[in-house]
Every structure is written in structure tokens, then in C-alpha cells.
Write a protein that binds this ligand. Structure first.
Ligand code: FAD
Length: 317
């Protein structure tokens, strides 16, 4: 394909794929830099992971906290105010090596852009049991850093047996009275040091060989139903919080055959920049991050990606 002239009218300066804190922050910055960004926000999940939660108390600037969907609505409005073109559509195919880059939507429409920001986020694995969706944000959580504070002096549980589950359980002992770890096997997958710390902690107890079968309660979570995978025996646990820590999958399906990934499956970026393995392609937010995964870190990296795009486009001239 021949190089498109920067004057070609149907080539956008920048396309942003994803509308979480990373995508919208990148949109605010690129819009304010007069780059007329177009944001493909997703057809059903626009706004990203925070659309699935209630109170967000750790995003700076909101002393009383803010509801997740309200925060995302604000970010979208802020981006639109400066001219970002937000479209609730899914990108189904990309050719990132092409110049200009080719972006195909679910309905077959093709867009071209000189630069692309990938901000597709990541998905926490779910248990897939009855009550999980209903109590999400009402007792069920995927993030101890985000929600641990809400469970002061309460009895809570963590599902999982790996390093992140032990990290969540240990962190939660700062707030909770008692933390029960529910694990499918009779030993932990976590590294020895993390496992020992959890096993020796006076506030942590274990339910081995156990799977969650369903969740109950009225407005909020009250009971976790369990099944012993060895004996088949059913039991229950009264808790106000359940933290699901069984893994997280970066959303890379769209690009995993084109950009380089890390061993953890995130998009590899040239830290501290947002540059990926393909010139003109930048990535931000949880799709690049297997460690922090917070709204503020995603937003910060969206800002970095926007500035990297600005410099990249300036160098193309
Ligand atoms: P996401 O928010 O995941 O957004 C990604 C976006 O990409 C989505 O809009 C999706 O629709 C879109 N997308 C993906 N693929 C495509 C495609 N092919 N085409 C178009 N669009 C696409 N963090 C905090 O700091 N505080 C909290 O209190 C907090 N609470 C949380 C509660 C819950 C229940 C969960 C799940 C997470 C919580 N987090 C919290 C973590 C926080 O939500 C994430 O770190 C943050 O949303 C990551 O932002 P992101 O922009 O990288 O991705």
C-alpha cells in the first residue's frame, strides 16, 4: 500500500480503540491537541470496567467518591467537549502494519488512521455462578485495592489459589476481621513465600477442595454456597464480601498476531513510553499492565499515549 498523504481527507490523525479511563483520557489530550480523535468505544461495553461498579473512592478529585458509571460519563463528556468523536462501535479487524493503518468495524465500515492507540483493557475472570452479576459492586469484587476499605471489621472471602489471590487475601487482612480463602485444590499454586505468608496469617483460614456454586443475599451479598469437590458435600459461608481472584485476561484478540505481547499476555510497550512494536501504534491502560490495573494508572497511561501520538505525528510531517 502506498503512503497516504497527510492531506488525504478520510485518513484520521488518530483512532483510539477502547473507552475506559485510558481511552477517554487519550481522547481528551489528543482532542485538546487538535488531532480530532475518533474513539471506537465498543457497542455494549462502552465506558469500560468501571461501568460495572458502584462507588469509586480512590480516583483523585472526588473527595466524596463517585459512582463508576458517572465517572465514565464525565470522562466521555470531557472528551466530546474538545471535539473527540465517540462512536459506540466495535473494531473487529485491524491492519496495523499498513500505512495508513486500517481499522474495520463490525458493520464492515473501514477507517484509516496515521496513528492508533490501543486501550482495550482487560477482563477479570468470573466464577460464572448464580448471583455473581447481581452482587457485583454489592459485595462481589475483583479488586482488593479498590474495595477492601469498604469491608472494615467484616468477614469476607477470597476465591483463588495463586499469587494474586494470596496478595488480595493478605491485603484484605488490614481491614477485615476474618478472611476465608476458597480454593479448588488442596494446596496453593502461589509462590512459596506468598503461600507461607497467607498460611501463617492469624486472620486467614482456608476452605480447601471447594468450589463456589452460587451466591445469595437480598440487596447485598450474605451467603456463599460451596461444594466440596472431593466429598460432594455442600456447605455455606456467611460473608459480606467475596473477592474473585482467579485471573485476568488482557483484551488482545484484535491485535495479538500483529503487536508483540509480554509473557503475561499484555501488549508490550517501550516503558516509559506507550510505543508498541509497530511504529505509529501506541497502547495504554490495563491491556498493557499486569501489575497495577487501576483507573488512575490507566488514565495516566492514556495521557502518555496521547503525547506520544502527538510527537509521532509531528515527526511524520
Ligand atoms: P477498560 O476500563 O477495561 O476499558 C476498555 C474498553 O475497551 C471498554 O470500553 C471496551 O468496550 C473497549 N473495547 C475492547 N475491545 C474493543 C474493540 N474491539 N472495539 C471497541 N472497543 C473495545 N479501579 C480503580 O481505580 N478504582 C476502583 O474503585 C475500581 N473498581 C473496579 C471495580 C470493578 C468491578 C472492576 C472490574 C474494576 C475496577 N477497577 C477499579 C479497575 C479499573 O476499572 C480498571 O483498572 C480500568 O477500568 C482500566 O481502564 P482501561 O481504560 O485500561 O480499560
Amino acid at each position: 500500500m502506498t503512503e497516504a498523504s497527510p492531506a488525504t481527507p478520510d485518513v484520521h490523525d488518530v483512532v483510539i480503540i477502547g473507552s475506559g479511563p485510558a481511552g477517554y483520557t487519550a481522547a481528551i489530550y489528543t482532542a485538546r491537541a487538535n488531532l480530532s480523535p475518533i474513539v471506537f468505544a465498543g457497542s455494549v461495553t462502552a465506558g469500560g470496567e468501571l461501568m460495572n461498579t458502584t462507588d469509586v473512592e480512590n480516583f483523585p478529585g472526588f473527595p466524596e467518591g463517585i459512582m463508576g458509571p458517572e465517572l465514565m460519563g464525565n470522562l466521555e463528556q470531557q472528551a466530546s467537549r474538545f471535539g473527540a468523536d465517540v462512536r459506540y462501535e466495535d473494531v473487529t479487524e485491524v491492519d496495523l502494519e499498513a500505512q495508513p493503518k486500517r481499522i474495520v468495524l463490525g458493520d464492515g465500515t473501514v477507517h484509516h488512521a496515521r496513528a492508533v492507540i490501543l486501550a482495550t483493557g482487560s477482563a477479570y475472570r468470573e466464577l460464572g455462578v448464580d448471583g455473581e452479576k447481581r452482587f457485583s459492586g454489592h459485595g462481589v469484587s475483583w479488586c482488593a485495592t479498590c474495595d477492601g476499605f469498604f469491608f472494615k471489621d467484616q468477614n469476607i472471602a477470597v476465591v483463588g489459589g495463586g499469587d494474586s489471590a494470596m496478595e488480595e487475601a493478605l491485603f484484605l487482612t488490614k481491614f477485615a476481621d476474618q478472611v476465608t480463602v476458597i480454593h479448588r485444590r488442596d494446596s496453593l499454586r502461589a509462590s512459596k513465600i506468598m503461600a507461607d505468608r497467607a498460611l501463617e496469617h492469624p486472620k486467614i483460614t482456608f476452605r480447601w477442595n471447594s468450589a463456589v456454586t452460587s451466591l445469595d443475599g437480598e440487596d447485598k451479598l450474605k451467603t456463599v454456597h460451596l461444594k466440596d469437590l472431593v466429598t460432594g458435600e455442600e456447605s455455606s459461608l456467611e460473608v459480606t464480601g467475596l473477592f474473585v481472584a482467579i485471573g485476568n485476561d488482557p483484551r488482545t484478540d484484535l491485535v495479538k498476531d500483529q503487536v508483540e505481547l509480554t509473557d503475561e499476555g499484555t501488549i508490550r510497550i517501550e516503558h516509559p513510553s506507550s510505543r508498541t512494536s509497530i511504529p505509529g501504534v501506541f497502547a495504554a491502560g490495563d491491556v498493557t499492565d499486569s501489575t497495577y490495573r487501576q483507573a488512575i494508572t490507566a488514565a495516566g497511561s492514556g495521557c502518555i499515549a496521547a503525547q506520544d501520538v502527538e510527537h509521532y505525528l509531528a515527526d511524520l510531517q
